[in-house]
Ligand binder design. Structure first.
Ligand code: FAD
Length: 348
């Protein structure tokens, strides 16, 4: 028996797009921060290209930001066209303010798929619009296959903190297939010399009566590489004691390696590190060349965020710590003895 529909979505359904089964046409939401493309959007583009059809990028934002994104995006491999919508109301984008625009673009269109990186904005935007259009949304896919004959798309995605892989097929009766893409599973789309795609402007939707207004944004500033895309990560867990010890112990090593800093949830919950540094099921998913875990037990929720790293180095006092099951190099030792020696060696 179908479940009752939540009141939030009880508005009349919008006109749906029924696209030809044989010609996929993806709309890629190109997320960016103040004009700098989110690296995950480039991986989402690679995934969208694997559908085997056209890919139109959608850029939304304030004028200056949109022009710098368009400048970079027009030469990206796999993109066939670009749409943009420019308004001061989109300067600090909220799902509430962008979803009416996305609905407008999709109504009556020929798009077969809507794709995005799972940024905090898109994680709210895509399911919101999918629900309004009465279609499902599949999150954080790691592979896809589109059958042009039947019009169905089959995705894989990790479930149970990465301990199982679900295979999900959306049949052709799903008129628009929404999905977000796990960045670590797809290479970033490169630029192609001299390439330029057609660009079309879309009028913004008036959202002046939106009940949600952006007030302010506070960014955690850091000179270290961005954790999500860093090629080296140095992470610490509960035995780092407090914020001062966490910083004094791990930052010199991270700086010597040119690495980003990560943390277990225990370290984040105890206030040693900012929430944005959490690695794991409820934090960031990373797959750097080198992941170093100091005093991290290796709970499944932590492994879900780092086990695809190319080289995992773990230092833990407990020889039975589960982190050693995924580590390429394991050291049963006290991190307070190991880390200073590593820093010393690296300085030499
Ligand atoms: P502990 O489990 O306390 O481990 C500390 C380790 O340090 C131990 O193995 C110990 O032997 C070792 N140690 C102690 N002293 C030293 C020393 N001096 N030198 C070397 N080693 C030492 N966790 C995440 O990390 N990320 C997530 O995204 C996440 N999401 C979660 C979601 C849910 C729904 C739930 C229920 C839990 C989640 N957790 C997550 C929490 C997870 O289950 C663990 O509790 C957490 O990862 C433990 O952090 P830890 O390894 O730092 O601490």
């Amino acid at each position: 028996m179908p479940l009752p529909r939540p009141v939030l979505f009880a508005r009349p359904l919008l006109a749906r797009a029924y696209a030809s089964a044989s010609s996929p046409h993806a709309l890629l939401f190109l997320d960016h921060r103040k004009g700098v493309i989110d690296p995950g959007s480039l991986s989402a583009l690679t995934a969208a290209s694997q559908l085997g059809g056209q890919v139109t990028g959608l850029v939304v934002g304030a004028n200056d930001h949109v022009s710098s994104v368009l400048d970079k995006a027009k030469s990206l491999k796999g993109l066939t066209s670009l749409l943009h919508s420019t308004s001061d109301a989109y300067s600090d984008p909220l799902p509430e303010t962008i979803s009416p625009l996305l609905e407008k673009i999709l109504s009556g269109s020929q798009y077969t798929h809507v794709v995005s990186t799972p940024s905090s904005l898109a994680k709210s935007l895509l399911p919101r619009v999918a629900a309004r259009l009465d279609v499902p949304a599949v999150s954080e896919i790691t592979s896809l296959e589109h059958d042009t004959g039947s019009g169905s798309t089959t995705f894989t995605r990790p479930i149970y903190a990465g301990n199982a892989i679900a295979t999900v097929r959306l049949p052709s009766s799903v008129s628009i297939k929404f999905f977000t893409v796990r960045g670590t599973s797809f290479d970033a789309a490169p630029s192609e010399e001299g390439k330029e795609v057609p660009v079309q402007a879309i009028d913004p939707v008036d959202v002046s009566d939106s009940p949600t207004q952006h007030l302010s944004t506070h960014l955690a500033k850091s000179d270290r590489p961005d954790l999500s895309v860093a090629s080296r990560v140095v992470s610490g867990g509960r035995p780092l004691k407090n914020a001062e010890t966490f910083a004094a112990t791990l930052y010199p090593l991270a700086d010597a390696l040119g690495a980003a800093v990560g943390a277990s949830r225990a370290a984040v919950d105890a206030g040693y590190a900012d929430n944005s540094l959490q690695v794991g099921q409820t934090g960031k998913v990373v797959a750097p060349e080198l992941y170093m875990a100091f005093g991290i037990s290796g709970a499944i929720q932590h492994l879900a965020g780092m086990k695809d790293s190319k080289l995992i180095v773990a230092v833990n006092k407990d020889p039975d710590a589960p982190i050693f099951q995924v580590a390429d190099v394991g050291l049963v030792a006290d991190l307070y003895e190991v880390v200073p020696q590593l820093v010393e060696k690296l300085k030499q």
